[in-house]
Design a protein around this ligand. Structure first.
Ligand code: SAM
Length: 288
């Protein structure tokens, strides 16, 4: 099996187990990309300022912020927060019926926390729903917190690893784990483990939105990223995301292995009436 190509944003930061950012040697990143034949990506990384062979943290952080702002715009175009709320509402209702206390939604790999902030701003899910965003990258977590504070929102953000969701999940039975544009960042060998981490904590449900890979999504990603995005990194990673995303069958198989006690469905759009919005579709698992 050919190795999966890499997204540049997966290589620009290195975070240790305590969440502390580590120096990233530029040559190491360029070599990894070249070894996979990703010449354009290697050229983009070579153009990033570096000192003593290490990528300039200030530059990379500012770049990361701009790239995630562009990603947020894509989330807005795809009406992600509204669709997340529509899917979660009946699941939350079930959780409320089965037990008492607040319900918690945890968005793993939340980036700038766009979905969590939008849900908090709309109050679409009800006052008893706690909204928590988790991301590995402390820069994005700090920015998500700052934006939520400025917007006066009731939600919170934590630095943490999606494979160790116990940081944000306390009472699994009243918790729903979500993500958007995140699952394709995981290695194929880690997919079942990702679902297993949620199953092990006994979450009420999970719903992970990611790109449905097909000719149309790749073409659409290319058009959208070249028309609407300015950063070469966004354009590169955005188009590659559509190519790297996992097909429904692979997600379903991994979820069934990792979370065998859950009812699992990938909610693909109609093949005969494709809608642009369905380029992002969720894999949903609910505990019977
Ligand atoms: C493509 S971004 C998606 C951001 C956001 N969900 C959105 O839709 O705009 C993927 C995010 O996953 C985060 N990430 C990658 N691996 C992670 C892990 N193991 N645990 C938590 N977050 C992770 C990255 O830092 C990045 O912010």
């Amino acid at each position: 099996m050919a190795p999966r190509p890499l997204e540049i944003t997966d290589l620009l930061w290195s975070i240790d187990a305590d969440g502390t950012p580590l120096a990233v040697p530029q040559a190491e990143v360029v070599d990894r990309l070249m070894a996979l034949g990703q010449r354009r990506a290697a050229r983009i990384v070579s153009a990033i300022p570096a000192a003593d062979g290490v990528l300039d943290t200030g530059y990379v952080d500012a770049l990361g912020f701009r790239v995630h702002c562009e990603l947020q715009r894509l989330g807005e175009e795809l009406q992600l927060a509204r669709r997340v709320a529509a899917l979660l509402s009946p699941i939350i209702e079930m959780v409320r019926l089965n037990s008492t206390g607040p319900v918690r939604i945890v968005d793993v790999g939340c980036g700038l926390g766009f979905v969590v902030r939008a849900l908090a701003a709309s109050s679409a899910l009800g006052g008893d729903v706690e909204l928590v965003g988790v991301d590995l990258n402390p820069l994005l977590v700090a920015e998500a917190r700052r934006l939520a504070e400025r917007e006066g929102l009731t939600c919170r953000f934590e630095q943490g690893d999606a494979f160790k969701p116990d940081l944000a999940i306390r009472d699994g039975a009243r918790c729903i784990v979500i993500s958007s544009g995140f699952v394709h960042h995981l290695p194929e060998s880690g997919l079942a483990e990702f679902f297993a981490a949620q199953s092990w904590l006994g979450v009420a449900a999970f719903a992970h939105w990611d790109i449905a890979p097909c000719l149309w999504s790749t073409l659409g990603a290319w058009v959208f990223h070249y028309a609407r995005m300015r950063e070469p990194v966004s354009r590169h990673d955005g188009v590659l995301s559509a190519r790297r995303a996992y097909p429904a069958s692979k997600l379903q198989q991994a979820a069934q292995i990792g979370a065998p006690g859950y009812d699992i469905q990938v909610l693909e759009g109609s093949r005969w009436h494709p809608r642009a919005l369905d380029v992002l579709r969720p894999i949903v698992g609910t505990r019977p």
